[in-house]
Write a protein that binds this ligand. Structure first.
Ligand code: KIV
Length: 280
């Protein structure tokens, strides 16, 4: 997968499939399942690290998780999420940190929001060889400004505003646009009028593709389940059952079994048996 192929999927009306991943073993399974894009999202702050929001993670943590995902999914198109305040201070800071994500194994970066400063950052990244996925609609890094998890683009004017900034981001070089928590009709209008693919999360059926948080669809993260996150598995139950069974086996003495232990050679064992402290 690469940017041209993602654009071709939009042209051909084929849906783009995106999902988040945060660790090596999950990334490996996801790559084997055949998706178009893996995002190392800053949502890891909540689902992997247990924080209430995404504000707390920094570039160094994102680099560690991105390295793990890149090792697990070496053939995939991996987008590394730029965390809060890792690209907002100066173009130089943004470029330097974007470079860290690419060096960690990401094929592209994602940034939230749009303003004139970010347009310059997008074009400087692209000029430096760093593809950028933009992110509009509900942008969690602006939650304290927005005032909570609120649907965006709820009016005609707000929809036009999102399209205008989406268009500017595309002109600056962004290869795609994540649209989060936007009414379906607005997301369709934006998708129909934007030259780049839109990847929706809570943005209805007509985006060029969809992305969801892996821990949500796998039923592993249960602190909060958004309306738009369809659950395809219940790992919570599966893991709980497995751990309960393991605990019961340890307590009953049925784990470990004979075939799950290492043994001394007969000679060494005989020496041990002759030791005065040997208990039979
Ligand atoms: O961090 C994340 O997982 C995201 C997706 C929700 C798009 O930004």
């Amino acid at each position: 997968m690469n940017i041209s192929k993602l654009h071709k999927l939009k042209e051909e009306g084929k849906k783009i499939v995106g999902i988040t991943a945060y660790d090596y073993s999950t990334a490996k399974i996801i790559e084997q399942s055949g998706v178009d894009l893996i995002l190392v999202g800053d949502s890891l702050a909540m689902v992997a690290l247990g924080y209430r929001d995404t504000y707390v993670v920094g570039i160094d943590e994102m680099v560690v998780f991105t390295k793990a995902v890149a090792k697990g999914a070496p053939k995939s198109f991996i987008v590394g999420d730029m965390p809060f305040m890792s690209y907002n201070i100066s173009i130089e800071q943004g470029l330097e940190n974007a470079g860290k994500m690419i060096k960690a194994g990401a094929s592209a970066i994602k940034i939230e929001g749009a303003n004139n400063y970010l347009l310059t950052l997008v074009s400087r990244c692209v000029q430096s060889g760093i593809p950028v996925l933009a992110h509009l609609g509900f942008t969690p890094q602006f939650m304290n400004i927005i005032g909570g998890h609120k649907i965006q683009g709820k009016t005609y004017d707000a929809t036009l505003n999102l399209l205008e900034w989406g268009t500017r981001l595309a002109e600056a070089g962004a290869f795609g646009l994540v649209l989060e928590m936007v009414p379906e009709e607005s997301a369709k209008f934006i998708t129909d009028n934007l030259p780049i693919p839109t990847i929706g999360i809570g943005a209805g059926r007509y985006c060029s593709g969809q992305i969801l948080v892996s821990d949500d669809i796998l039923g592993k993260y249960t602190d909060f389940t958004p309306k738009f996150a369809r659950q395809y598995a219940n790992l919570n139950n599966i893991i709980q059952n497995a751990v309960c069974n393991y605990a019961a086996d340890v307590r009953s003495g049925s784990f470990p079994a004979e075939n799950e232990v290492f043994n001394l050679s007969e000679t060494e064992y005989n020496k041990l048996k002759e030791d005065k402290n040997f208990v039979n």
